[in-house]
Every structure is written in C-alpha cells, then in structure tokens.
Design a protein. Sequence first.
Length: 212
Amino acid sequence: MTIPRRSWRGAGAFAAAAVAGLAGGVISAGPAAAHTPTWAVTCSEVSLDLTAYNSGVTNEVTVSIVDGEVLLPTTKFGREFRTDKPLQLPKHDKELTVHLVVKAGDGANFSRDETKTAPVCEEDTPPPASTEKPSEKPSTEPPTSAPKASETPSETATEAAPAAAEPSSSAPDLAETGSSSATPIIGGAAFAVLLAGGGILWSVRKRRGAQH
C-alpha cells in the first residue's frame, strides 16, 4: 500500500509543530520555575537576594515593618534584585514583624507575600528594674564646715587631759634657800649636845685636878 505524499507532509508538519510547542513550553517554563526569592532578617537588618526571575516582564518588591515604616518602597526589577547593603531596622525594645511582598510579572503563582520576625538586639535590651527603694533626695543646703583635722585631736586631748594636781596645803613651806623649816630645831639640838659635852669634859678635868 502506497501512502500519498500529502499524508507524509501533513504528518511531518504536525510532528514539527508538536516538537516546537513542547520546546517552547519547556523554554518558557524554565525561567518561571527558577524564581528564587531569598531573604533574611536579623535583629538589626534585612537582606534580599531575588534571583532567576523572568527578565522579559516587570517584577516588583516591597519591604516594610508591620504597623511601622517602609524599609524598601515598591521597586521594579528584572531578572534579579539585590540590595547594595542590608536594609537597616530601627532600634526596638520588642520584636518587629517584617513584611516582604514580591510580585512576579509572569504569574501570581510566583509571587511572594511573607513575614519574618526581627528579635531584639542584646545591646538594646533595657536593664531590669531595680527592686531597691530610691535613696532620699540629697539636701540642697550647703554642708556645715567641719573642724580641721589638726584641731580635732588637740581639742580632744585638752578635754581628756587630767587637771594638774595642786600642791597640798599640809606640806611644809620651804625657805627660799631650799632648806626645811625644821633646820633651826635641829641646829638648837646640836648646840645643846655640844654644851652638854663641854660640861661633861669640864667636870672630868676638875675631878682629875682635885685628885692630884
């Protein structure tokens, strides 16, 4: 059985169209399936790395803080988007919720609407409240002048030192020469002894003269 040439031509055209359609679908699906939205959040910054997007369409990205400021206004990009430097978060004493929105121009199924939490940095954490009672308000009155250190010991020593003992009135008065008032009595007694001795000597001599 001979197949007409028209049938061969028709079959070849159909096969070529099918191959072309399949290849086109693979080519068009390849970039779309490679969308890679990578982002990270720390306590102080947000970094973005959006790669392998379709450069033939317009894509958009927005980053903001939930109930807060916008970190990155809506920005258009093509195949990829990277921040030159991380987006800085404001200082905060409680956790922040960061919101990322990526709108892919080649289909909503490649878009992203995600949130991540930014913790509190350690250096921004306030110290715990003290349980101690606040000290009394310092007095505004000028302090009284304190005595000098050199004066305090001398005054104390003066007050603590005992009073000098007064001489007793019963002690005998001394003459200006330093001799005691008993000196005349002693002198008189010595004179009497001399007289008595002289009398005894005279009496002895008289007896001896009478014996001869």
